[in-house]
Ligand binder design. Structure first.
Ligand SMILES: C[S@@+](CC[C@H](N)C(=O)[O-])C[C@H]1O[C@@H](n2cnc3c(N)ncnc32)[C@H](O)[C@@H]1O
Length: 265
């Protein structure tokens, strides 16, 4: 029954790219929370469940891709700039990638974790670094996997829902959280930050309004307060369309092994 529900949920065109595994996870959590068994659902109950899950999924996926159709072809022909223009976020960041690459070199980054990656890894991944990329959307994941295979990039690309409760991420020198925190609850942002095991975190936010105008107040004070409260140091880097927070995490304290028993002479 769950399988049928998942297929029904994904019938909406704007949601069809979301990973089935993630829809299954969200659906099961919804059914458990509401103590509903998916066996013997009436058509009316099934309809309500499908509507609820679709509405949850719409909150975090669907609206960023510009044109999808020729992506495979662009990848095959190595037209990477054109490919990056098929996603609003990477399109708007195109002129700033040289600066971001410089920053990664200055920080001596050897491994990257890109959360809610979209197609950003296509701009930043290379053979010299290990790149972990996660997103809720299966079509982005498949495209990045192909790009990694084609360019011999080391790392792992997999579907992941960062709103689940028990988060666990691979360890990397830097974690990228580009244009993802504005769309989620503030409480989830704290949970995500605390679960990242990286020396640096680079989080970004758009500085344009939905109607494409420059924001009067681009700084995210809620985020700055959160960073202060959990004792994370940061500096701000501005680009034309985005504000970046470069956050430095304290190294984990070294564990000192103490003798279990005091030595007796
Ligand atoms: C605005 S786009 C930014 C993409 C990329 N970080 C960039 O800036 O180029 C937000 C991305 O987050 C992904 N996303 C949204 N909700 C998510 C979730 N709960 N778990 C994982 N990824 C999510 C979307 O699929 C989308 O690719």
């Amino acid at each position: 029954m769950n399988n049928q529900l998942i297929l029904q949920i994904l019938k909406k065109k704007e949601l069809s790219g979301i990973s089935k595994e993630i829809v299954k996870e969200i659906l099961e959590s919804y059914l458990n929370k509401n103590k509903i068994s998916s066996e013997n659902l009436s058509p009316k109950q099934a309809k309500i469940i499908i509507k609820e899950i679709r509405s949850k999924l719409r909150n975090y996926a669907g609206q960023f891709q510009k044109k999808q159709k020729n992506r495979q072809e662009l990848l095959e022909r190595d037209k990477l700039n054109e490919l990056l223009k098929t996603h609003t976020s990477t399109a708007e960041r195109l002129n700033f990638y040289p600066e971001l690459k410089k920053l990664l070199t200055q920080l001596k980054i050897k491994s990257v974790l890109d959360i809610g990656c979209g197609i950003n890894p296509i701009a930043l991944a290379n053979k010299k670094i290990i790149y972990y990329a996660v997103d809720i959307k299966q079509d982005e994941i498949d495209l990045i996997k192909k790009f990694f295979r084609k360019n011999d990039i080391r790392g792992k690309v997999f579907p992941y829902n960062l709103l689940k409760i028990n988060l666990s991420f691979p360890k990397a020198d830097i974690c990228l959280l580009f244009k993802i925190l504005d769309t989620i609850e503030k409480r989830a942002a704290e949970r995500i930050l605390k679960s990242i095991k990286s020396k640096y975190i680079l989080a970004s936010f758009s500085t344009k309004t939905l109607s494409n105008k420059k924001m009067n107040q681009p700084r995210r004070y809620w985020f700055e307060h959160l960073l202060k409260r959990i004792n994370l140091e940061y500096r701000i880097i501005n680009s034309e369309n985005e504000i970046f927070y470069l956050i430095k995490q304290q190294p984990e304290p070294k564990t000192i092994s103490l003798p279990l028993k005091p030595k007796t002479n």
